[in-house]
Design a protein around this ligand. Structure first.
Ligand code: ADP
Ligand code: MG
Length: 260
């Protein structure tokens, strides 16, 4: 990750200095292509808040905040075996701002990610046997990560879902694999959720992952139409977790239990 100092000292060395609006791609205005690096996707994640410190405008505090976030996201993925497309986070000037208002700088958290050639889980129409094995594994890891982070009051990826991962091939690779491509570091700490809401938040997350998984199971073309490993872990969680204290959460639990 490029350091804050590097950005402050050399703002004009930002790799998108020469970009124009025609380099902006996709439905979202926050994705960019680098003409010389077609294997990469560049994106702006968030504009940084500037504050006056010692008479000088700086984004120091916000940079610190986002550095921590990016690190917790990458740590989360590594800890629970979630395969993220190769990504470098860096700080630079928001390219859209610069092209719209020439010569102005607006600092942003940016990321360069390997472009995965394939389809997002949400777009896939068919999940073949090879894909089914890997998708089963990623859902297994999500369930394990959910229960582990909950029990340890640790970090949880709050933005997981079928639109965030691609089944496809990374640059210089030959075989398709599962890659998380939405590298927006949306991680939350269970300890930040008020104790009174934590149990409900857990059951909500569990049901969300289950719903996303069932959507993918519908697409399996192999004879086995279920993600068996993931279902086994889910069933273990349901057995081991204390019965929820509220009526609504108990209902949720029963509904999941009925379906596994
Ligand atoms: N690195 C990438 N490689 C391949 N496809 C990508 C990549 N990044 C994004 N996409 C495509 O764009 C879609 C939206 O990307 P995502 O990162 O989830 O953006 P958003 O922040 O808008 O949710 C993904 O579902 C995927 O189809
Ligand atoms: Mg997304």
């Amino acid at each position: 990750m490029d350091s804050f100092e590097k950005y402050e000292q050399k703002p004009d060395k930002a790799p998108f200095k020469k970009w124009t609006n025609s380099d902006i791609e996709g439905a979202s205005s926050d994705f960019f292509s680098l003409p010389d690096h077609p294997d990469q996707v560049v994106r702006k994640i968030v504009s940084l808040k500037m504050k006056k410190e010692k008479g000088k405008m700086t984004a120091r505090e916000d940079i610190h905040h986002w550095l921590e976030k990016a690190k917790s996201f990458q740590d989360f993925a590594e800890r629970y075996g979630i395969n993220v497309a190769k990504t470098s986070y860096f700080f630079g000037s928001d390219p859209r701002f610069k092209t719209d208002i020439p010569k102005k700088e607006k600092p942003a958290l940016m990321a360069i990610t390997d472009r995965i050639s394939g389809e997002s889980f949400a777009e896939m129409e068919e999940v073949n046997e090879k894909a089914a094995v890997e998708i089963d594994a990623i859902f297994s890891n999500l369930y394990s990560g959910l229960i582990d982070s909950y029990n340890k009051n640790g970090d949880w990826w709050t933005d997981n879902g079928n639109g965030q991962a691609v089944w496809g091939t990374a640059p210089r690779e030959k075989e398709p694999h599962v890659y998380v491509v939405d590298i927006d570091p949306k991680v939350g700490k269970w300890s930040d959720v008020p104790l009174a809401n934590r149990e409900t938040a857990f059951w909500f997350e569990l049901e969300w992952v289950f719903k996303e998984m069932k959507e993918m199971e519908q697409k399996i073309s192999a004879p086995k139409k279920e993600f068996e490993k993931a279902r086994e872990i889910l069933s273990q969680i349901i057995t081991e977790m204390p019965v929820p204290t509220t009526e609504d959460d108990r209902k949720l639990r029963e509904e999941i239990k009925k379906e596994i």
